[in-house]
Write a protein that binds this ligand. Sequence first.
Ligand SMILES: [Zn+2]
Ligand SMILES: [Zn+2]
Length: 319
Amino acid sequence: MENGVVTADQSSSSSAVIFMGTGCSSAVPNAMCLIQPSDPPCSVCSQSLLIPPDQNPNYRGNTSLLIDYCQNVGEHSYILIDIGKTFREAVLRWFTFHKIPRVDSIILTHEHADAILGLDDIRAVQPFSPTNDISPTPIYLTQDSMNSVAVKFPYLVQKKLKEGQEIRRVSQLDWNIIETDHEKPFFASGLQFAPLPVMHGEDYVSLGFLFGQKCEVAYISDVSRFIPSTEALISKSGGGQLDLLILDTLYKNGSHNTHFCFPQTLDAVKRICPKRALLIGMTHEFDHHSDNAYLAEWSEREGIQVQLAHDGLRIPIDL
Ligand SMILES: [Zn+2]
Ligand SMILES: [Zn+2]
C-alpha cells in the first residue's frame, strides 16, 4: 500500500481482509464538490477527475469488508460484510483485481442504505438461472435489520410466487437471524463471528464483529458510542489485545451524533490499544496522504500503528 497505490498480492495460501469500501454513506468524491465546485475547488474530490479510481486512495465507496478466509491450503471462502450502494462498483474494481470469483456469505452490520442497497446486485455474482434455481447465498442479520429489508426488498424475501405471478430473476438469499449479543456467536462460511453491539446514534444499535481464532480482528463501521461490554471485550485491558481494529471515523474535527469523528476515534484506539488500527468511513475532509503522514507521527508517539485504510487495500492475516 505504498502511497496508497494497490499492488496485487496473490499469495493465495493465507487468509486476508480486503477493503471493498472505506468511505461515508454519500461516498467520496462528494458529488456536490464536482457539480458546484467551491473556489478553490475541493482538492480531495478534484483528484477523482484526474486520477483513475484504482490509483486514487481518496476515491472511497461505502464501507464494506471482504474476508478471504483460507481454512485449508487452496480452499477459500469469501465473506462480505455489508453490501451498500457501491457494491457493484467494488465488484468491478476489486473482485477483478484481487481475483475474487464469488461471494459465499454476507453479514450485515445494520440496515442503512449504505450497508444494504447493493442486495439487488448480488445476482450479478451468482450463477445465472432464469428460474432462480440456484443455491441461495447465506446472509446473516438481526431481526430489526430483517424487518427493514423485508420492506425495502420484498421480492428478495418472498418465498413463493403468488398465483399468476411471472418468474423474474432476482438475487437468491438464505436469511439467517443473528443476536445482538457477543455471547451469541454465529458461523459464516466456517468462520466464527461474535456480534459487537455499538450505539450508532443514541436511538440505534449497529453491529460490529469480532472474528479470527489465530489473529483477532474487530470490524466496527458505524459507531457513535461504545457500550461498556463491547469495549471491554475488545480492549487490551479486558478481553485481550486485538491484532487489528478496523474503526469508523467520519469527519476530521468536532463530533457527530451518529458516528465517531477523528478525535473520538483516536481516543477509542488509545483505550482499546490494538496492535494495529485501520480507519474507515471517511468523508472528503480526509486526505489519504497528508492524514496518513500525521497518523504515522501519532503512531510513533502513542506506540499503536494507525492509518487510514483505502479501497482495495488487502491485509494478509492468519485467521
Ligand atoms: Zn470534496
Ligand atoms: Zn448507518
